[in-house]
Design a protein around this ligand. Sequence first.
Ligand code: KIV
Ligand code: ZN
Length: 514
Amino acid sequence: MSRLIRIFDTTLRDGEQSPGAAMNPDEKLMVAKQLARLGVDIIEAGFAYSSPGDFEAVRRIAQEVEGPTICSLARARPEDIDRAWEALKGAPKVRIHTFISTSDIHLKHQFRLTREQARERAVEMVTRARGYVEDVEFSPMDATRSDVKYLYEVLEAAIEAGATTVNIPDTVGYATPQEFGRLIRGIRENVPNIKQAVISVHCHNDLGMAVPNSLAAVMEGAGQVECTINGIGERAGNASMEEIVMGLRTRKDFYGADTKIVTEEIIKTSRLVSKITGMVVQPNKAIVGANAFAHASGIHQDGLLKEKTTYEIMRPESVGLGKSTLVMGKLSGRHAFRQRLEELGFKPTKDELNRAFERFKRLADQKKEIYEEDLEAIISEELQTIPETYRLKSLYVESGTDKTPTARIELEIDGKVVQQTGTGDGPVDAAYRTIAAMTKTKSTLVTYAVKAITGGTDAQGEVMVRVEEGPKTVTGHGADTDIIVASAKAYLNALNKLIYWKSRKDDAPKIHYI
Ligand code: KIV
Ligand code: ZN
């Protein structure tokens, strides 16, 4: 019998700390609903005290998402614990996760607390949280650089005060797998009341060790792993959920442990998170990268044709990567369209459905076969999560071997239609320069990436961009069978997000750790 490891997803909290990945409450809710379908045990929905937007996201997720336990992060401060409770109250399964540093480096230079004071704060805040909820998690931040005896004492005191999960963060991604495994064993052997709590781990990827460290901890008795979809998160990111889950599932024989994750939902979740955060998944990324199941070498292909297990340790279908499913055609009606979207987990409003259906009909005219991925691209663009200050009305681009690329663009700006023509070094550059002039943006385009959503030359192109203005970074996403149109949409989506976040200055989560 395998041990069941709890999956604590922190895509919406630590994942959101990736530059440019900020999500608004609507977007977070969409991701949270997909995480529930994926079968995660706990969703860390945000840091309720950090901003009104994060508070609203935690509250709505706690009220509307069924299945997982919903958690809010809280510093070891009374106002944070109270705010977390306010956001969570009334929901059926909730957790407060409070934390304070235990390493001397943090205590001396950042928190300016003695060890004794930090331990007292931990105890007081766990006690306060237990006054509100049964399920309390405590994290000694920077645990891997803390004095181990002091760490044991703080954990014992936190459990004594009522912590039901103790989470061991490798905050700066410093540990090695052997060392981290030993630390978990040490905690099991030296914290007298450890059996009253679940040991959790939270590893960062600065040295590329987040997944190996987490799995080493599972080997030593950790019962919960904190991770994010696509491994997004602060700096180099967190342990990637899909790697942890598929590592445990594929090597159950070795780890003797498994999770409750519905692995067939992995690809869908990865794509949704990538689309909403604008964080592109590298092609060679394990499990969810475009090449993860693509065999290029002749010898491998030959082996696979003879017997799949020659070179395949996981079936692509097991992560939801079966052959792209042909979903609909030109003659499909609105009713069937809505039903298909609902099966994919989307519940559009009447307006969103009308717009998406119109786009679907146009796409069906251009492209014979429409796949699930095409529908996802259409609907995730049409679900209105960010107000559209700028909307693309039309775009014509002329370019060729002997022609200066020229773009003529019509935009609706705050309801008024404006038109402008401009040139550039290539068709995308011409479109982008023209849009920049029309919107008078002061931002800079930092990255631009394009990929085909499905196979074939009639596939929709998907463009992701990253745009910066001062300290603010946002990402944008667009899809169309014409990649110049997709590019323009992605750029406008990013500019709309910039305006949105500037107008809600106080709403972007601010992460202060002390
Ligand atoms: O990395 C870290 O230490 C954290 C804590 C807040 C758990 O994210
Ligand atoms: Zn973290």
